[in-house]
Design a protein around this ligand. Structure first.
Ligand SMILES: [Zn+2]
Length: 148
């Protein structure tokens, strides 16, 4: 018997029309709460200007830490990079689009003042040498201007 694989919500987005921005991909109901999946699209899909791995890795460390340190940090379910290297996924509990955008912009502001990358020692990270803090901060600044 063959198993059928269902298309997931993010595959239903038309990536030929998708642009840089901040998007709500889907809302799931779970244990009486709403889980919002957000698409932080830093680069236009299939545009041959993919994010550098070291930059992605540092943005992951920076934003994953900053959003969890802020108000409502306990409602952050997940933050991580997309394998296609054009953006990040963020899962928040009971935080709608406008609130999520505010939370994200605030986190990016916090990151601007960070001089030491969080969790970047050999003990804390699986590839601690592959980081680029300055380029990550520049990338976040550009992204903020796009979504503001
Ligand atoms: Zn790491």
């Amino acid at each position: 018997m063959k198993n059928k694989i269902k298309p997931i919500a993010s595959f239903l987005i038309d990536h030929t029309k998708h642009k840089q921005g901040f998007y709500l991909t889907k809302i799931d109901e779970l244990f009486g709460h709403k889980v919002y999946t957000y698409d932080l699209r830093f680069r236009k899909p299939n545009n041959n200007d993919y994010l550098d791995n070291a930059v992605i890795h540092s943005i992951e460390h920076l934003l994953a830490s900053a959003i969890r340190s802020g108000e409502n940090g306990g409602l952050v379910l997940y933050f991580g990079p997309m394998g296609c290297r054009t953006g990040f996924d963020m899962l928040l509990v009971d935080i709608d689009y406008e609130k999520a955008k505010k939370l994200l912009l605030k986190a990016i502001d916090v990151v601007e003042d960070i001089d030491t990358l969080p969790g970047a020692s050999e003990k804390e990270c699986g590839n601690y040498k592959e980081h680029d803090l300055e380029a990550a901060k520049q990338e976040l600044k550009k992204y903020k201007e796009i979504i503001e």
